[in-house]
Design a protein around this ligand. Structure first.
Ligand code: NFE
Ligand code: MG
Length: 510
């Protein structure tokens, strides 16, 4: 038995520790020496945003909750607006919904580029190939000079994650490595462009001041529509010509990763991008062992047996509490353990796409996914894997970016972007939607015109939670069980599986 800890596993986005117990692999079909028997996922810090919301003006909530994260703040802001709309007994205006969708798309695109190029691809790309770069792009030459210096000094990189790194089966083709590194560099500008598109309506990113219940506090102007379109066109070109082909190339280079990192056959999707007050572009749904059901937020509970909280366990988020207990016996994570009908669910782009398949919705998205899967001899079920999550994320990114062009056309400069509402003395509301990394819900209770309780259940809380009260491991913990590892000193396979979920611990503990 070998115990392997990776701490921190995350490259940004908070501190996640993964602890695995490995046995010797006895299956001679595989050359790897180790096999993960079980895994524990640990969020290493406490945040307390739910606590600091208590007693505050509910109308500030959409701004405060955005501080949960610098990567997916818009989803938090919109979840809060939706919860407030329910509590105030009002709903979003057409322009308001569209503006919220557009700022959220900007955040999704930014998140996809960040995750793929900056956080995940480096588990596959051989960064040392940059030393063989012979072209004259100044940015890539700069990267080469920097890498030369790093290697010369044998230094722990001040700009991790390039070096140090685990040794493993990186891409061997020098040209492919250099091309992916060039796109890594280009991705910085594209991330900025994605945010600039969001700034047209959001004013600033990542934390926008534009969101409010019923919509947004900016008027629609024709020049803004044109400005956003120009930026979005460039982003769509990058997605179609660079990002999606790079992900497809990686998928073909590592087809075995469609069989590695399989999580529970339990997929949750709350739906996202409001097309009307009753319909969303990505449709909600739940698929458990192949059976489709409607998404119902009443089925969500949060367990804390293995979490550093003395709060009551198995509570619905309206009744949940956040009472930190850092010395709790038996606890091993600051994440709570959300469950849907008592099941550990998998959330994120693969779960969303599998729900769209089950609902026979977004036909073109499913068709492209089928086509890319066919190229490696795969099926939709293979999306439930380390590489499947990358593929699903890139396919979705293309379609939401293209759909956003139509939302820009639907904006109406003659109509308002929000409407008046009254703050009630008491009220309750919830808002559920899909953040880039999966299902997000906010639950709000108002008493005496202030927030009495505010609870968030967040994508990474679903994926990376500790075990629940019944001992059931989370999606990430389950997806690591059985993973073969060539070298326990260089557990690159574990990193690849966990990073396919794009865990954000800042979000998940909130
Ligand atoms: Ni901090 Fe987040 C997303 C949310 S993940 S990135 O996407 O909500 O837990
Ligand atoms: Mg919470």
């Amino acid at each position: 038995m070998t115990i392997v800890k990776i701490d921190p596993l995350t490259r940004i986005e908070g501190h996640l520790k993964i602890e695995t117990v490995m046995d010797t692999n006895t299956d001679s079909k595989f050359k790897e020496k180790f096999r993960v028997r079980e895994a524990r996922s640990t969020g290493l810090m406490f945040r307390g945003v739910e606590v600091l919301l208590q007693g505050r003006d509910p109308m500030d909530a959409q701004h405060i909750v955005q501080r949960i994260c610098g990567v997916c703040p818009i989803a938090h802001g919109i979840a809060s607006c939706m919860a407030q709309e329910v509590a105030y007994r009002t709903e979003a205006t057409a322009n308001g919904r569209l503006i919220q969708n557009l700022i959220l798309v900007s955040d999704y695109i930014h998140s996809c580029f960040t995750h793929f190029y900056l956080l995940a691809a480096l588990d596959f790309v051989n960064v040392k190939a940059i030393l063989e770069y012979k072209g004259n792009d100044p940015k890539i030459s700069g990267l080469k000079q920097w890498a030369q210096q790093e290697l010369k000094d044998n230094r722990i990189s001040p700009v991790a994650p390039f070096l140090p790194r685990y040794e493993g089966d990186y891409i061997e083709n020098v040209d492919v490595n250099i091309s992916l590194l060039a796109h890594y560099v280009q991705a910085f500008d594209m991330r900025a462009l994605a945010y600039k598109m969001g700034c047209v309506f959001g004013g600033k990113m990542p934390h926008t001041m534009s969101l409010l219940p019923t919509g947004a506090n900016v008027n629609v102007r024709v020049d803004d529509i044109l400005s956003a379109k120009t930026k979005l066109e460039e982003l769509i070109t990058f997605i179609n010509q660079v990002y999606l082909p790079d992900v497809a190339l990686l998928a073909k280079s590592y087809p075995q990763y469609f069989k590695i990192g399989k999580g529970p056959e339990a997929f949750l999707c709350a739906g996202v991008f409001r097309e009307s007050n009753y319909d969303m572009y990505i449709k909600p749904g739940v698929v458990i062992n192949g059976a489709l059901e409607e998404f119902n937020q009443e089925m969500i509970t949060e367990d804390v047996r293995f979490s550093y909280y003395s709060s009551r366990s198995k509570m619905h988020p309206f009744e949940s509490e956040t009472k930190a207990d850092p010395y709790k016996q038996g606890a091993y994570s600051w994440l709570k353990a959300p469950r849907y009908k008592r099941k550990a669910m998998q959330v994120g782009p693969a779960a969303r796409l599998l729900v769209q398949y089950a609902r026979k919705n977004n036909h073109e998205m499913c068709q492209l996914s089928d086509k890319l899967l066919e190229e490696i001899g795969g099926k939709p079920g293979d999306l439930n894997s380390a590489m499947g999550r990358h593929l699903a994320r890139a396919v979705e990114c293309k379609f939401i970016a293209e759909r956003a062009m139509q939302w820009l056309d639907q904006l109406n400069p003659k109509e308002p972007s929000a409407k008046d509402f009254d703050l009630p003395e008491t009220g309750i509301g919830y808002g559920c939607l899909e953040a880039p990394r999966g299902t997000l819900g906010h639950w709000l209770k108002i008493k005496n015109y202030v927030i009495e309780n505010y609870q968030c259940v967040v994508p990474t809380t679903w994926n990376c939670s500790p075990r629940d009260d019944d001992g059931q491991p989370s999606a990430v913990e389950q997806s690591l069980e059985g993973t073969l590892v060539a070298d326990a000193e260089n557990p690159i396979e574990v990193g690849r599986v966990v990073r396919s979920f794009d865990p954000c611990i800042a979000c998940s503990v909130h």
